[in-house]
Write a protein that binds this ligand. Structure first.
Ligand code: F6P
Length: 340
């Protein structure tokens, strides 16, 4: 029997650490390892390659994924299990380690139910919105990238007595905004989970600037409603999925109109997903990868690895993806103490 490994959905730093760990642990058990290229697309179109220990040397510090990824989904762009069955039988893959976000992990669980391939999930997304784990691969690095940017943007905002609006990713979740806004000492954090009172915020900014604090840094999650209440999108991607973004400009207009202060916008976008993973994400990816490989070797199915406290544990994959991991509102409450 062979065990496959694939990365599906948006990439993030730390994926290669996990791939390296999965392959290394499986090869040590003398199991044939099949790397599936470009996510589910590789299984649907037969793009796979055998992997050895040498294939994963020197990649722990590299961003992205050496296997490639895509937003292709066998249920959205194919007919479910039958669209991957030929590749499974050609390669002998009986178990599949899926590094995915909630959409890819859900599809994995459905494929298992429909066809019997065993699935072991590894949660990865900068959005940090997967249930069943305290944190997902990629989140820590994304937050660090945002905080580095916020530190830099704060000094230029201060020189010009400006409001600087920083739009961050996260899809429908405010995790990146809340964590980076708190760590980066933002003057306000706008997230989908908590309504924003623009009148009160504008008054706060005015009294702050007139007291001599010559800048305000506002972090806005891309999935937050604009001041008009609308969700801002930039259309639909080539796979039919809605693309979020642009709310930062609407927040900036609102604040500039209300306060009279010059306002600038920085949309951090894909910077948050690129480059070197932090040591934390390398460790998390490595620990998740080894545990996932051991679960696959033991014949586990329908499980995902998760972090609880400092322990890596198996969790039921369906339970993990049944509802998104809610934002820890304690982060927003803590940030509130500094909004003065
Ligand atoms: O889910 C991860 C994420 O980076 C979101 O934060 C963002 O909205 C989305 O992916 C962007 O997706 P794509 O890479 O398809 O443009």
């Amino acid at each position: 029997m062979a065990i496959g490994v694939l990365t599906a959905g948006g990439d993030c730093p730390g994926l290669n650490a996990a791939i390296r760990a999965v392959v290394t642990r499986l090869v040590a058990a003398d199991v044939e390892v099949i790397g599936v290229e470009q996510g589910w697309r590789g299984l649907m179109q037969g793009h796979t390659r055998r992997m050895s220990r040498d294939d994963v040397r020197g990649i722990v510090a590299k961003g992205g994924t050496v296997l490639g990824t895509s937003r292709i989904d066998p249920y959205v762009h194919g007919d479910g299990y039958p669209s991957i069955a030929a590749t499974l039988s050609d390669t002998g893959i009986e178990s599949l380690v899926v590094l995915g976000g909630d959409g890819s992990l859900k599809s994995g669980a459905r494929l298992e139910a429909d066809g019997g391939v065993r699935i072991v999930g590894i949660p990865k997304t900068i959005d940090n919105d997967i249930g069943g784990t305290d944190v997902s691969i990629g989140f820590h690095t994304a937050v660090q990238i945002v905080v580095d940017a916020v530190d830099r943007l704060t000094t230029t905002a201060e020189s010009h007595n400006r409001i600087m609006v920083v739009e961050v990713m996260g899809r429908t979740a405010g995790w990146i905004a809340a964590a980076s806004g708190l760590a980066g000492a933002a003057e306000a954090i706008v997230v989908p989970e908590v309504p924003t009172d623009y009148e009160a915020l504008s008054e706060r900014i005015q009294s702050r600037h007139s007291a001599g604090h010559d800048y305000s840094l506002i972090v806005v999650a891309e999935g937050s409603p604009a001041p008009s209440g609308e969700i801002s999108t930039t259309g639909v991607d080539s796979y039919g999925f809605q693309r979020l973004g642009g709310v930062g400009y609407q927040v900036a207009d609102e604040l500039e109109n209300r306060t009279g202060y010059e306002t600038r916008v920085m949309v951090l976008g894909y910077l948050q997903r690129g480059g070197t993973p932090t040591a934390y994400d390398r460790l998390l990816g490595t620990r998740f990868g080894i545990e996932a490989a051991e679960l696959a070797l033991g014949g586990a199915s329908g499980v995902m690895v998760g972090l609880r406290g400092n322990e890596i544990i198996p969790v039921d994959i369906l339970e993990a993806v049944s509802s998104p991991r809610p934002l820890d509102l304690g982060l927003m409450e803590d940030a509130g103490w500094f909004f003065k």
